[in-house]
Design a protein around this ligand. Structure first.
Ligand code: HEC
Length: 168
């Protein structure tokens, strides 16, 4: 009889300790499952409403009115050119003041549509590929023909042309 009482006590004690754990864990898991289901269905419905994965993957800058070619150019431009020419293409990248104070030359301002109109497509290509001196400009416009492919240079040109288009 004593033995039975003891083991019943032990079982009750065990239950007392483990039950809340089991129930607790279970309800917690349920809560977090629900939460993640919420955010998942939220983002799914957003994805369906706005655009497909393919759209975003192909051209994340469609909303900015860029074509895929221009968008590829933007990625290259932001990486290689913006330090001098500025993210907005206005010739005021963070390196611009150094060039101006030390060498008295300013990076070309692509938003200036009057100035842009004086530079032919061929000159743009030559300046970018071979550097400033190839078109009688400053050596502080570096050559990019070793870094970028012809295709990439065309993409960069497509992008820098958008700066002056926007100004109109
Ligand atoms: C180290 C700074 C620097 C970087 C980086 C740079 N440029 Fe320039 N760029 C200049 C300067 C300075 C000029 C102006 C040269 C002058 O007026 O004599 C210039 C001029 C130009 C011109 C005008 C050429 C002309 O015929 O008037 C183009 C186009 C150009 N850059 C494109 C680019 C592109 C595209 C990139 C990135 C792939 C780039 N630049 C990166 C400094 C830079």
């Amino acid at each position: 009889m004593r033995m039975v009482q003891n083991s019943t006590k032990i079982i009750i004690m065990l239950l007392a300790v483990t039950l809340p754990l089991v129930v607790g864990c279970h309800s917690n898991r349920e809560k977090s499952d629900l939460a993640s289901q919420d955010t998942l269905s939220d983002s799914l419905s957003k994805a369906v409403v706005t655009k497909t994965f393919d759209d975003v993957f192909q051209n994340p800058y469609e909303d900015m009115g860029l074509t895929r070619e221009e968008y590829k150019g933007k990625v290259l431009y932001d990486h290689y050119c913006a330090v001098c020419h500025g993210k907005q293409g206005d010739g005021n990248g963070f390196n611009a003041f150094n060039l101006e104070s030390s060498f008295n030359v300013k990076p070309f301002n692509f938003t200036d549509s009057t100035a842009m109109a004086t530079v032919s497509q061929d000159e743009l290509k030559k300046a970018i590929t071979e550097g400033g001196p190839a078109v009688g400009k400053s050596q502080y416009m570096p050559p990019w023909g070793y870094t970028l492919s012809k295709e990439e240079i065309n993409q960069v040109i497509a992008y820098i042309l958008t700066f002056s288009k926007k100004e109109e």
